[in-house]
Design a binder for this molecule. Structure first.
Ligand code: CP
Ligand code: NVA
Length: 307
């Protein structure tokens, strides 16, 4: 995998996704055995670019790189000439002469694709409007730990089924043979995504479908939600809150799902909106393990992709 980009995870075959997760689990095991510093990329540099705010991604990816022996440069696009109109292509060409891997959080997924096209080093997606692949790796590791298996997970995603997180869960679900129920208003259904996943789903036995019925949470292994207003969609805030309010994950929804279901959220959470305090702080919630796993999965991605 050395030298490859990670833009959506669609570009990785199911055994490659499993390999990244096995590597993540191994890094986590070693971390708890006291082997935190594993400098396999000593002296190399990772450049992290942020067009939007970030807590988990920024810190976990930076710490992961340090723990692999790398140096890290973090900058917002406003701190780079990018913010004054230098092209993405020229930025990519320049940075490729200094660093061994570039990771970026962008508004437009197309900018990430352009960065990857012109960079001669691997480019990793730290969240775009379309996908959040590193988060989905952490989610899969969390479910592996809590459910004791990587394949055949049944997950219900409630709320903004058209957003980056729903898409990335569908992608990883297609790679790992999961059943993914994307539950939310029809207006937000992304039918094109389902067809992009058809080939992987046919190979792994995954079943990914949309529904408007909250009752479809019944019997799942995991209930997942994300904010109703993603970064960059603030103008639509009022309308989205109105549209998505029937899909709040509250105690009633977790009871419908059943006691076997764990609760996941990529965070940050808007408590009282897409999830209530009693669910996110309740016994079924595994969100802090999930947040921790951003570190171990970022380490695996950087370890595997950095040339
Ligand atoms: N889950 C996630 O990507 O969080 P941040 O926005 O804090 O990076
Ligand atoms: N869907 C959210 C995820 C944040 C980690 C957003 O894009 O803002």
């Amino acid at each position: 995998m050395r030298g490859r980009d990670l833009l959506t995870l669609l570009e990785f075959k199911p055994p490659e996704v499993e390999h990244l997760l096995e590597l993540s689990r191994d890094f986590k095991r070693r971390y708890y055995a006291g082997e935190i510093y594993i400098p396999i990329h000593r002296g190399k540099t990772a450049m992290l670019i942020f067009e939007k705010p970030s807590t988990r991604t920024r810190v976990s990816t930076s710490v992961a790189a340090y723990q692999l022996g790398m140096n890290v440069v973090v900058a917002s696009s406003q701190e780079l000439q990018l913010g004054r109109g230098e092209t993405v292509a020229d930025t990519a060409r320049t940075l490729s002469r200094y660093v061994q891997v570039i990771a970026a959080r962008v508004y437009r997924h197309e900018d990430l694709e352009e960065l990857a096209r012109y960079a001669s080093v691997p480019v990793i997606n730290l969240l775009s409007d379309k996908f959040h692949p590193l988060q989905s790796l952490a989610d899969a590791l969390t479910l592996w730990e809590h459910k004791g298996r990587l394949r055949g997970i049944r997950l219900a995603f409630l709320g903004d089924v058209g957003n980056n997180m729903a898409a990335s869960l569908a992608v990883i679900g297609a790679k790992l043979g999961w059943e993914i129920r994307l539950i939310g208003p029809k207006r937000l259904w992304n039918e094109r995504l389902a067809s992009a996943l058809a080939e992987d789903a046919a190979a792994t036995g995954a079943n990914i479908y949309f529904s408007e019925a909250v009752e479809d949470v019944k019997g799942v292994d995991a209930v997942y939600t994300d904010v109703w207003v993603s970064m960059g969609f603030e103008k639509e805030a009022e309308e989205r809150v109105r549209l998505l309010s029937p899909y709040q994950v509250n105690r009633r929804v977790m009871e419908l799902a059943g006691p076997q279901a764990v609760f996941l959220h990529c965070l940050p959470a808007h408590r009282g909106q897409e999830v209530t305090d009693e669910v996110i702080d309740g016994p079924q919630s595994v969100v802090w393990d999930q947040a921790e796993n951003r570190l171990h999965t970022a380490k695996a991605a950087l370890a595997a992709l950095t040339p």
